[in-house]
Design a binder for this molecule. Sequence first.
Ligand code: PRP
Ligand code: URA
Length: 210
Amino acid sequence: MKLKNLILVDHPLAQRDLTILRDKKTTSLEFRNSIRRISSVLITAVSKNFEVKKVKVDTPLEKTTGYELKHQIVIVPVLRAGLSLVESFLEMIPDAKVGHIGIYRNEETLQPVDYYLKLPRNIGVAKVLIIDPMLATGGSASAAIQFLKDRGAKDITLVCLLAAPEGVSTVNKNHKDVKIYSIALDRELNFRGYILPGLGDAGDRTFGTI
Ligand code: PRP
Ligand code: URA
């Protein structure tokens, strides 16, 4: 399987936290705390090549030149599990706007089912970051990307914690223009579409609904 557009964020703190997330003994509280920390590493990597524009700034001593982000950033968590990354992303990009997409995976057919969509205006000129911890079959991510494209988004990046080769390949096939950031690329999916070795059901573990 030839995988493209995948950027793996290799950082000791992210690897440490991913191990906590994988551990079945990790409680929901520890799981959420780990996601918060790992999200800070992720957004730092994702934003590394954001374009900036020069601005003038007056220090207490003199005038100098500084920088602002050139493009409006729009963060779009895929409900539910994507919500757990939002706060850390906003911490680093406080003036980002946040859209929401509600999609869940039908556990039998593994097909994405959409139930909610609320996006900020002017998404067509923004840099859009879709965030969802898990990229498994790639059905949910592909549908989320398509919803945003249908509403004018042109610059879309997918940000996840764990990806399966099948999911990366599906997104590559459906959306050649979309870059995917992930902490790790796992081995494969099991017969129920769960990532192996994985971390289980991210939404359930985050919100304690197991
Ligand atoms: C999980 C995950 C992704 C999706 C990935 O959500 O957060 O959205 O599954 O699977 P896919 O790549 O095969 O589509 P889930 O459907 O469990 O919904 P939830 O976040 O509400 O728990
Ligand atoms: N969704 C999850 O939360 N975990 C998986 O392994 C696959 C899909």
